[in-house]
Design a protein around this ligand. Sequence first.
Ligand code: PLP
Length: 433
Amino acid sequence: MENGSCENGSDNQKWKFRGNKELNTSSVSVRGFLNLLMQNINGKDDRPTILICRGDPTEFPSYRTTSSAVDAVVDSLRSFNFNSYASTVGVPVARKAIAEYLSQDLSYELSPDDVYLTSGGSQAIEIVVSVLSRPGANILLPRPGYPNYEARAAFDNLEVRHFDLIPERGWEVDLDSVEALADDNTAAIVIINPNNPCGNVFKYQHLKQIAETARKLGIFVISDEVYGHLVVGSNPFVPMGEFASIVPVVTLGSLSKRWMVPGWRLGWIVTNDPHDIFKKTGIVESIKSCLDISTDPVTFIQGAVPQILEKTSKDFFSNIINIMRETSEFLYDTIKAIPCLTCPHKPEGSMAVMVKLELPLLENISSDLDFCLKLAKEESLIILPGVAVGLKNWVRITFATDLPTLEDGLGRLKAFCERHAKKQTNQSSNGDM
Ligand SMILES: *Cc1c(COP(=O)(O)O)cnc(C)c1O
């Protein structure tokens, strides 16, 4: 041995980590923060831990998926038609069904060839970000946003530039900042509608303005519509694809949220491109190449898609919306009555809303993360700190729970805020600290 150190197994060899370090730096995920908060739960608290931080309400019986969706999967399996490898773009019957489903909301018809099936909306994000990750390129992402985009971009060395969503304007996109950020290397702008984490639904006119701004800049729009149709307010959901004649649009969607089956892993990428711009620029070919080297969604779920889309009753959807309208209104009204919290915009859709912490009114709370850590410890209540979605000293609260759980959770939040509220200045300075 060259340095003679390995004789009795005392191995001085220096192993180097040669893996992708971006995985560590980009691990600022929602799950990462939730794990951190869960570690802070006080084991001596007899009360159950309440999580009002996730976009997955499937544990509540009232959010159970429709039995027709389950039947569709059973029928798909029993048909024996979906046991082979699928085409990497997706099985034809599912592509056709999704094209027809989405066309119902558009003033033109999508073709099955516009639809690519993915393992949930998450893989749709992964593929679109990979396709855009040319060296030197950048992508415009909303702040606050959905941190998967930042994580995937970091992983692929794609530069991220953030534009703001403006709370005072119902979380509309700050279009001036979009124009200031974009340059010749900007590949696309991402919008999320209905919006996670803010809970707003963009109006028709604003979507049109976004399309016109993107056109002016020569960049296309990626519209994350994973929460499509999950609307509890008065703004209707308008798909960005409606403006595809102004600017080409890539729509991302999924069964996860509307059908309450996030574990089924079925999502899609759709190109809304009436002028064939994606084809001309080679983006369609890149999406296909990327799918060729990715894992496909499970075939029997793909095979179930036509029946799921066709047979789900209106009652299933309206029932879910009614529950979420009630929980979202309860959340908004309760927050309004807690002095150190501000919710600038009543939730209109998705499953979450952003709430601002008025830190000057709170004693011994240094940040949103500090707030959430202490809340976990003292009240066994988990909410997401705003830093996880790009907005420090805010928190994200979800209303996709049943009402009793939300009542219990918000009761604890209120008690926590009262306990930590700063005493009025005229009664303080009595040296009781
Ligand atoms: C949940 C979510 C996704 C991921 O969708 P899945 O189908 O669960 O993978 C993508 N974008 C946003 C904004 C989401 O909230």
